[in-house]
Ligand binder design. Structure first.
Ligand SMILES: *Cc1c(COP(=O)(O)O)cnc(C)c1O
Length: 416
C-alpha cells in the first residue's frame, strides 16, 4: 500500500515513478517507493548509509520570484527546493531526494511533536567572485550534527556523503545566492524522529531534511554594538546536560529570559552559570573577551572552555584558530578557560577589559558594548562613538576572506 506520510498530496505521484537522471549525475530511480515508513520490529540487517549516488531530483515547475536582496529577512524566505532523506531502523538511509519545497505531513502522534526528537545545524553557502558556490568548514557542522543526533537516539551518517548532497543542493539553488559581500544562503539541516508513537523510546524512523534561506548581512549598515543583560535566574546549560548539542529543545526555553532582557532595553542576555557566575554564552552565540593581563600586561583573547555548558561553535573554533595564527605572533595569549562575571567587572573597573564580542554563523562576530549585572553596567571597552573594537573588526574580515574564497584556504569547500 502506498501511503504518503512525509510528502504531500500535491506532489504528483507520477514524478516518483518515472526514470530520472539529473544534471548532477545522480542515479536513476527505477521504481516507486513507499514514503510512509512503517517502523517494524528491530532488524539485524546491516543498514545503509546515506548514498549521494542515489540522489533523485525533481525540479519545481513553479520557480519562485527572487526577492530584492536588500529586503531579505533572516529565515523568512526559502528557496525552490528541499533535500530530504528518510531513515528507518531496518533499512537505514533511503535514497536522497531534492524535491520542490513543500509541507510535511505527519501524524499528530509523531514522536518529534511530543518528545522533541529534533536536532539541527546552521551553516552557509557563499558565492565567490567567479560565481562558484562555497561552504565553510562543512565537516565541522556534520560532526556536530552527528553528535547531536546520537545524543537523542536519532541515526548518524557518513559526513562526507551529506556534504556532497548539500553541495549539490546549494548549487541547484545558486540563483538565490546574491553575489554581494555579506550575502549568503543560510542552510538548515534538520533531523526529526518520525515514528508514530506516544511510547517513549528510540525512534524507529527519522527524516533528515535541508532547507535554505537567502540572507543578507547581519549588520547592513555596519556594526552595531549590543548591550547585554547578565541572566542569573535561569540556566541555559549545565555540565552533563545537552546544552552543548544543537537540539531544538534547548532553544524554546531561552526565549523568555531573552524577552525579559529586551523588555529592560537590552538586545541580548548573557548566560551565567553557577554561584561563581561563570560567563558562558550570549543568546545563541559564543562569547569572547579581550583582557589586558594585570601582571604581564599581555593582551588575552579569552573564551569559555567546552565543558558541556558551551555550544561548540564553528565560528568559535575559527576565531580561536585565527587568533592563534594571527594574534599570538603579535604577543597575544589565546585561552580557553573559565572566567567569571566578577572577574570581568574588575577588569572593566581597572580599564583592562578592552573588547567583547559574540560569535556565530549568522553574524560572524557581534560587538558588545556593555553588560548589565547586579544593577551595575560593565563597560566592555568601546568609546561612545565606537560600534566595534579592532579585534572584532579584524576577525570579521579574516573570516569573510576565507568564507568567500578571497583567500584560498582548506576551510572553504568548493561545491563542484
Ligand atoms: C549555533 C550556536 C552557536 C554558534 O555556533 P556556530 O557554529 O558558530 O554558528 C553558539 N551558541 C549556541 C547556543 C548555538 O546554538
Amino acid at each position: 500500500m502506498m501511503r504518503h506520510l512525509l510528502l504531500p498530496r500535491c506532489a504528483p505521484r507520477a514524478a516518483f515513478n518515472v526514470q530520472r537522471s539529473s544534471s548532477f549525475g545522480a542515479s536513476v530511480l527505477r521504481a516507486a517507493r513507499q514514503y510512509s515508513i512503517q517502523p517494524t520490529a528491530a532488524s539485524d540487517s546491516k543498514t545503509l548509509d546515506i548514498d549521494p549516488r542515489k540522489l533523485v531530483i525533481e525540479r519545481t515547475g513553479k520557480p519562485k520570484a527572487l526577492k530584492d536582496s536588500k529586503d531579505l529577512v533572516f529565515g523568512a524566505n526559502f528557496t525552490d527546493h528541499m533535500l530530504t532523506i528518510e531513515w528507518d531502523k531496518s533499512t537505514g538511509w533511503h535514497e536522497p531526494r531534492i524535491t520542490p519545497y513543500q509541507n510535511l505531513s505527519l501524524d499528530p502522534a509523531t514522536c518529534v511533536f511530543h518528545y522533541a526528537f529534533e536536532c539541527f545545524e546552521g551553516m552557509k553557502a557563499y558565492k565567490d567572485k567567479a560565481g562558484k558556490i562555497r561552504l565553510f568548514r562543512p565537516d565541522k557542522n556534520m560532526e556536530r550534527f552527528n553528535k547531536s543526533a546520537a545524543r537523542i537516539a536519532l541515526p548518524t551518517f557518513g559526513p562526507t556523503n551529506l556534504i556532497d548532497l548539500i553541495a549539490k543542493f546549494a548549487k541547484l539553488e545558486s540563483r538565490f545566492i546574491p553575489e554581494e559581500r555579506g550575502y549568503s544562503l543560510y542552510l538548515r539541516p534538520t533531523m526529526i524522529g518520525t515514528q508514530k508513537t506516544l511510547g517513549v523510546g528510540p525512534p524507529g524512523s527519522a527524516l533528515l531534511y535541508v532547507i535554505a534561506s537567502p540572507v543578507g548581512p547581519y549588520y547592513p549598515t555596519g556594526f552595531k554594538a549590543v548591550s547585554l543583560e547578565a541572566t542569573d535566574y535561569a540556566v541555559r546549560a549545565w555540565p552533563g546536560g545537552v546544552g552543548d548539542k544543537k537540539l531544538g529543545a534547548n532553544y524554546a526555553p531561552c526565549i523568555v529570559p531573552q524577552r525579559e532582557a529586551m523588555s529592560r532595553g537590552f538586545q541580548q542576555n548573557l548566560w551565567l552559570f553557577g554561584e561563581e557566575e561563570y560567563v558562558t554564552e550570549v543568546g545563541t552565540m559564543n562569547f569572547f573577551v579581550v583582557i589586558r593581563n594585570k601582571e604581564t600586561g599581555q593582551k588575552e583573547l579569552i573564551t569559555a572552555p567546552l565543558d558541556g555548558t558551551i555550544l561548540e561553535g564553528v565560528t568559535r573554533d575559527s576565531v580561536l584558530s585565527l587568533a592563534k595564527e594571527k594574534l599570538a605572533p603579535e604577543g597575544w595569549k589565546v585561552v580557553e578557560r573559565k572566567y567569571t562575571m566578577p572577574e570581568l567587572a574588575q577588569a572593566a573597573e581597572e580599564g583592562r577589559l578592552i573588547e567583547a564580542f559574540g560569535s556565530g554563523t549568522a553574524a560572524i562576530v557581534s560587538p558588545v558594548r556593555s553588560i548589565s549585572w547586579k544593577g551595575k553596567v560593565v563597560n566592555c571597552g568601546l568609546k561612545d562613538h565606537e560600534e566595534s573594537g579592532e579585534t572584532t573588526m579584524k576577525m570579521k574580515q579574516w573570516m569573510e576572506s576565507r568564507q568567500y574564497g578571497d583567500e584560498e584556504h582548506e576551510w572553504s569547500y568548493v561545491c563542484e
